[in-house]
Design a protein around this ligand. Structure first.
Ligand SMILES: [Zn+2]
Length: 192
């Protein structure tokens, strides 16, 4: 309108903004009908897209995002298992299940039952990502129950991944690759 020399009032600007936002969300929803990547996350968030976007609570921490996206300390993770090739097998090192995925960590792995307790009691047994996200969006308490689970479990998984990397018999492939800078300063660091 401005390029046409018109001067929209505040009310008009507000109306156009709301309309633009609605069109964008609608287009987004249609795009998400046929996701090409991030299917785990999309399936979980799509049923709650409006509420997700309009939520007034809920900060996203690094570890929470790892679980919601499925990218992180999961042995099946494309990065660890595929690109970086630090993990030689996708199995769950905690319980021996054939594939350690975000779903396995969140809902199935027996090793995380104690950490999962609060989540289970709020979710009536349905631990799908969509149901977990519904809990997060329902209240600040719900969000914090899920965030606490992710923080606790992912921290333990990271620690055990580090232990595996440092194990004397670790395959060279699996060891974390350290840069020259780290090597140069290694003698200044306390022994592990
Ligand atoms: Zn497991």
């Amino acid at each position: 309108m401005r390029t046409r020399g018109e001067r929209p009032g505040l009310e008009e600007i507000g109306r156009l903004r709301t309309l633009g936002r609605e069109v964008l969300v609608q287009r987004w929803r249609e795009d998400l009908e046929s996701p090409v990547a991030g299917i785990w996350t999309v399936e979980g968030i799509r049923p709650h897209l409006e509420r997700w976007l309009k939520r007034r609570h809920g900060a996203l921490s690094y570890r929470l995002v790892q679980v919601l996206t499925g990218h992180g300390c999961f042995c099946c993770c494309k990065y660890l298992h595929g690109i970086a090739r630090r993990e030689v097998s996708p199995i769950c090192h905690e319980c021996g299940a054939p594939e350690d995925t975000a779903l396995h960590t969140m809902a199935l792995c027996a090793s995380w039952a104690p950490q999962r307790h609060a989540m289970v009691s709020h979710l009536d047994g349905d631990l799908s990502l969509s149901s977990v996200i519904n809990l997060m969006l329902g209240s600040e308490e719900g969000w914090s129950i899920v965030a606490s689970f992710c923080e606790a479990v992912m921290a333990l998984k990271e620690a055990s991944e580090r232990e595996r990397e440092q194990a004397a018999d670790a395959l060279p492939l699996r060891r974390r690759r350290t840069g020259g800078r780290r090597r140069r300063y290694a003698h200044l660091m306390p022994p592990p």
